[in-house]
Design a protein around this ligand. Structure first.
Ligand code: SAM
Length: 257
């Protein structure tokens, strides 16, 4: 996977923080000793964990050197580990395993999710939020741009059309292993400012993996093609704001005793 650009990603820090806060608020743990933030990115959630659970040891796990460099510089009080969450497992079980907007980057959820719940101590919590906006124009325009341009052969092998399953899929995976399980979706109506802000938002996350595979001038042409499609799909309102509904899946599982 190409590396992340924390500046582009955090252009919409407010919109990206909202589901992270909603996920955190759902976890009923009173005083966990160990909290892991899986796919911690730039570590920007570290102060929220420290505020909520000041006694907890916080470990952030991420594979991106760029994101971790920012995390370590901004939050020296937390521990950050560079690892792939396909293979990373803690030395000892954790009380809260939290993951916001990260696990959709990896396939194989049918084995990954049960394995991650196994890393949680009995009675502890696994809390996961993943985008599920892949049927919306923000994401179908990525597919159209790939399929209808000269870059198709280079980019199509990277396409993952359904990175996140239905809520029912996760219930069936986890129900037999969980003492309690709560799964829901929220569609946030994001109200964005600026020129073609949906394209800017997606460029900070899903689009970047494709852009990074191309050299100029193809890279510029690919981005321009995507931007034109997205601008047409999300025209600005009369006052200049752009409405960007964004669906997200929340999973809260308590490990069986
Ligand atoms: C969209 S960012 C989310 C960052 C943070 N959780 C937040 O809410 O702001 C996704 C993060 O997942 C990380 N990531 C993606 N695939 C990964 C993998 N296989 N192993 C570890 N980290 C991964 C990326 O490096 C990136 O920092």
């Amino acid at each position: 996977m190409s590396d992340w650009d924390p500046t582009q990603y955090l252009k919409f820090a407010g919109e990206r923080l909202r589901p992270a806060l909603d996920l955190l608020a759902r976890i009923p743990a009173a005083a966990p000793a160990t909290v892991v933030d899986l796919g911690c990115g730039a570590g920007n959630l570290a102060p929220l964990f420290q505020q909520r659970w000041p006694q907890a040891k916080l470990i952030g796990v991420d594979s991106s050197p760029q994101m971790l460099a920012k995390a370590r510089a901004d939050y020296p009080q937390a521990s950050f580990v560079q690892a792939d969450f396909a293979t990373w497992r803690p030395d000892r079980s954790v009380d809260v395993l939290y993951s916001n907007a990260a696990l959709h980057w990896l396939d194989g959820h049918d084995t990954l999710f049960p394995a991650l719940l196994e890393t949680v101590a009995p009675g502890g919590w696994m809390a996961v939020q993943m985008p599920r906006n892949f049927a919306a124009p923000s994401h179908t325009c990525v597919i159209e741009t790939i399929e209808q341009g000269p870059w198709r052969a280079a980019l199509e092998p990277l396409l993952r059309r359904r990175p996140v399953g239905a809520p029912q899929d996760y219930w069936r995976l986890l129900e037999g292993r969980a003492a309690s399980l709560d799964i829901c979706e929220i569609e946030y109506l994001q109200v964005l400012k600026g020129e073609n802000p949906v394209a800017e938002f997606v460029k900070g996350s899903w689009l970047k993996q494709f852009l990074d595979r191309l050299q100029e001038p193809e890279r510029g042409a690919f981005e321009a093609d995507y931007r034109a499609r997205v601008r047409a799909a999300y025209p600005p309102e009369a006052g200049g704001s752009t409405l960007f509904p964004f669906r997200r899946l929340f999973i809260l599982a308590q490990r069986r005793q």
